[in-house]
Design a protein around this ligand. Structure first.
Ligand code: F6P
Length: 323
């Protein structure tokens, strides 16, 4: 299989480090004498032909920028047969033989659809939710975690001064990886994630009491958005122990900001590996982290895999929160 023209796109929710990854795909492609094109606005760009030529300069000074210079979208049209046919026509018309798709599961489902029409595709996991099963790490997670931690540290100052209870909602869609990691990092009183069955009395109220017995007079409850709304949890706490919790929904602030070193370097390595895979004749793969290094798996297999919150995180949380 001979590779000549690579298209690169970002799709789904943006994640800090996506730009580092795009930059790496472009520079690795050019290094090997290939042409590289940016497909803008996710899979929609392939349908509408929203495509720009990328050179070394066009990705200069992007490694340190959050968001995505290629814009992003969640394309409903690309999920239809008709949308996919249009995308294939664009590839054929422009002679794009390969696509590197940076994003989450939805992005990979799009890549899998395109592969059926004979286009070479490589997926790179990027989402602050870190919920892609085939990989331990997704680009953007570290920056989002650090942003949430910084916000919660600030909240703690005022919660401690007023001896209050804070309920903080962390993003993650249906997954609790971000909330669990952040909760451990801020020394939360309790962390609620959708993967763990919640007994409100045991997992929240008793932990607040335990903290009080240990001499604390402020409480930090971290809730993954998939585990329930912070307002509902706050109301239940008020009912149960007559505290008057303050609610903070961190929201999209977690998706922005300068990427951390980890996201820049992982993004750069994964972009490089995606192009190397294409050059070695591989297609239909997802680049992933594994055992401290990198590997790649078949997209179909990647979409079938399942991952869970690490048991060590659950165990450590129990030890740290006293129950
Ligand atoms: O998948 C990333 C994510 O930020 C989730 O954590 C969140 O549930 C969702 O995207 C929000 O999507 P939107 O930006 O469309 O509101």
């Amino acid at each position: 299989m001979s590779i000549k023209r690579i298209g690169v796109l970002t799709s789904g929710g943006d994640a800090p480090g996506m730009n580092a990854c795009v930059r790496s795909v472009v520079r690795t492609a050019l290094y090997h004498g290939l042409e590289c094109y940016g497909i803008r606005r996710g899979w929609n760009g392939l349908i509408t032909g929203d495509i720009i030529r990328l050179d070394e300069r066009s990705v200069g000074h992007t490694i340190d920028r959050g968001g995505t210079i290629l814009y992003t979208a969640r394309s409903k049209e690309f999920m239809t047969e008709e949308g996919q046919q249009k995308a294939v026509s664009t590839c054929k018309f422009l002679g794009l033989d390969s696509i590197v798709a940076i994003g989450g599961d939805g992005t990979f489902r799009g890549a899998r659809a395109l592969a059926k029409y004979g286009i070479n595709v490589i997926g790179i996991p990027a989402t602050i939710d870190n919920d892609i099963s085939c990989t331990n790490y997704c680009i953007g997670f570290d920056t989002a975690a650090n942003t949430a931690i910084e916000c919660i540290d600030k909240l703690r100052d005022t919660m401690q001064s007023h001896e209050r209870c804070s309920v903080v909602e962390v993003m993650g869609r249906n997954a609790g990886y971000l909330a669990m990691y952040v909760g451990l990092a801020v020394g939360a009183t309790a962390v609620l994630v959708p993967e763990e069955k919640i007994d409100f009395e045991r997992d929240v109220i008793e932990k607040i009491r335990q903290a009080r017995f240990n001499g604390f007079t402020h409480y930090m409850i971290v809730v993954a958005e998939g585990a329930g709304s912070a307002s509902d949890i706050a109301a239940k706490i008020k009912d149960a122990v007559d505290l008057d919790p303050r609610v903070t929904v961190l929201g999209h602030i977690q998706r922005g900001g300068t990427p951390t070193a980890r996201d820049r370097v992982n993004g750069t390595k994964m972009g490089y590996l995606a192009v190397e895979l294409l050059l070695s004749g591989k297609t239909n793969r997802v680049v992933c982290t594994h055992d401290g290094g990198f590997t790649n798996v078949d997209i179909e297999e990647a979409l079938q895999m399942h991952k869970n919150i690490q048991q060590i995180e659950v165990d450590v949380l129990a030890a740290m929160t006293g129950i």
